[in-house]
Write a protein that binds this ligand. Structure first.
Ligand SMILES: NC(=O)c1ccc[n+]([C@@H]2O[C@H](COP(=O)([O-])OP(=O)(O)OC[C@H]3O[C@@H](n4cnc5c(N)ncnc54)[C@H](O)[C@@H]3O)[C@@H](O)[C@H]2O)c1
Length: 254
């Protein structure tokens, strides 16, 4: 028996966090840094404050994406927290047009994939173990009439997680995803405002409703997601790959 009850120590590990200026990203940066990792962070945001070396890249822009890919090959992270994404609403009959599809798939799938691919190649080149953590969503497990494209992007994240995990397993690189439920972050300002428009709700109403509907009784916090990421980054999850873990208070039963 190997009993390992020691606190997670990421000293000597290099971590890359995308979407680092957002709610979940900031918490992930703080958690990884507090556990001793050297953290690199990127976002489209001009300003970032946190215990990380920061570079601004727009993953929707070809030049930005290619500069980010070059940066990743220099960093060669041991751990990737692949988190940047955008949300928008629309159904097949109302608002779910091709322009919205291009934007959402551009960031949430194309940008996400390019970051994962660059990281995987750098990890293989340095021939040491790695852990890739992709941000999916409960929305990736079930379509929603008014959230067609976003749900499809997150289903794609789950599928790419599985394919990448199988391709990278021989290199001792694990790839898993986290599916958050409803987490109280700046993204919810957009989500709540869009539901107010599409479902004729008062501002704040959708957010209150989804919080009350969670079996554990409330929205989650960015720290709830970051703690799951720490587990997937560490050797505590050494025998896990190709999995998608729900951090959703019981919203989705698998
Ligand atoms: N908050 C939730 O309830 C929830 C639920 C399920 C899944 N998620 C997922 O968790 C992850 C983090 O979400 P969050 O709630 O912290 O959102 P957030 O909006 O607070 O953070 C997302 C970050 O991504 C960045 N970003 C957006 N477009 C970008 C681009 N073109 N290039 C580079 N960076 C870009 C944003 O600037 C932002 O800082 C996302 O993948 C999201 O889909 C969130």
């Amino acid at each position: 028996m190997t009993l390992n009850a020691a606190p997670t120590d990421l000293t000597g590990k290099t971590v890359l966090v995308t979407g680092a200026a957002g709610g979940i990203g900031q918490s992930a940066v703080a958690h990884f840094a507090a556990l001793g990792a050297t953290v690199y962070a990127t976002d489209i945001a001009a300003d970032f404050s946190g215990p990380a070396t920061y570079q601004q890249f727009d993953l929707l822009d070809d030049d930005g994406l290619s500069a980010c890919v070059d940066w990743i090959s220099e960093i060669a992270p041991d751990i990737l927290f692949n988190n940047a994404a955008i949300f928008d609403m629309g159904s097949i009959l109302d608002g779910g047009d091709l322009a919205q599809m291009d934007r959402l798939f551009g960031v949430n799938v194309r940008g996400f994939y390019a970051v994962m691919q660059a990281t995987a190649k750098a990890m293989v080149a340095k021939a040491s173990p790695g852990s890739i953590i992709n941000l999916a969503s409960q929305a990736g497990h079930r379509g929603e009439a008014l959230v067609a494209h976003y749900c499809a992007t997150k289903a794609a994240v789950i599928s790419y997680t599985q394919s990448a995990a199988l391709a990278l397993a021989p290199h001792n690189i694990r790839v898993n995803a986290i599916s958050p439920g409803v987490i109280d972050t700046p993204m919810w300002e957009t989500v709540d405002a869009l539901f107010a428009k599409f479902e004729n709700k008062a501002p704040g109403q959708k957010k209150r409703e989804v919080g009350r509907a969670v079996p554990l009784g409330a929205m989650g916090t960015p720290d709830d997601v970051a703690r799951a990421a720490v587990f997937l980054a560490s050797d505590q999850s050494a025998y896990m790959t190709a999995q998608t873990i729900g951090v959703d208070g019981g919203n989705v039963l698998r």
